[in-house]
Design a protein around this ligand. Structure first.
Ligand SMILES: Nc1ncnc2c1ncn2[C@@H]1O[C@H](COP(=O)(O)OP(=O)(O)O)[C@@H](O)[C@H]1O
Ligand SMILES: O=C(O)C1=C[C@@H](OP(=O)(O)O)[C@@H](O)[C@H](O)C1
Ligand SMILES: [Mg+2]
Length: 170
């Protein structure tokens, strides 16, 4: 069984995914980490040196590899993964366990203010520009995120609560 977590940057995919996999006793793969390890470069370096289009092609390739790999796995996507290529169709063809971590903008904003440097799409924004950027970006991306089989209202909840909620749904 493959379990996929998706959602905006800062929604907690990587954090919740790791804990969920530990709770279920199955392997965890973070798509961003997998790309970084495979290419021997950090995500910000890949964006800087090769550009976003290159990154999206690699993201699609490594997503396919994980989905086609053997065995159970919890997979945390990058925030943009569902919105490019035919990634969302690929995911939904492979598994019915697709969870959208939906987090309100003020909470995303608070988390991303401290996590900006690692995220090339927002690292050059001024702090005061961030909430409007998130709002517009989320408006575009929500169409893809809402194709997930489950939406988790993840605002104001601790990681262990979210893990329990997902385990119950599974
Ligand atoms: N449920 C939560 N409550 C509070 N903070 C959280 C929660 N989930 C994640 N975080 C924090 O939010 C930030 C972004 O989390 P991360 O897992 O990297 O998100 P994503 O992988 O979706 O971008 C991290 O600092 C993480 O510790
Ligand atoms: O939203 C996006 O397009 C991106 C999100 C990032 O992952 P997180 O959502 O884990 O920050 C990472 O894949 C890259 O910086 C692009
Ligand atoms: Mg992540």
């Amino acid at each position: 069984m493959k379990i996929v977590l998706l959602g905006y940057m800062g929604s907690g995919k990587s954090t919740v995914g790791k804990k969920l996999a530990a709770q279920l006793g199955i392997p965890f793969t973070d798509l961003d980490d997998y790309i970084e390890e495979s290419l021997g470069n950090s995500i910000p370096e890949i964006f800087l040196n090769k550009g976003e289009i290159f990154f999206r092609k690699q993201e699609h390739l490594y997503l396919r590899k994980i989905l086609e790999s053997e065995g159970d796995k919890v997979i945390a996507l990058g925030g943009g993964t569902p919105c490019y290529s035919n990634n969302m169709n690929l995911i939904l063809e492979k598994t019915p366990h697709v969870f959208y971590l939906s987090v309100p903008i003020p909470e995303l904003n608070a988390r991303l203010l401290t996590g900006k440097a690692d995220r090339p799409l927002i690292r050059d924004l001024k702090d005061e520009e961030l909430p409007e950027f998130i709002g517009k970006h989320l408006f575009e991306r929500r169409n893809y995120y809402s194709l997930a089989t489950h939406t988790i209202q993840a605002g104001g909840k601790e990681v262990h609560e979210l893990v329990s909620e997902i385990v119950t749904l599974l």
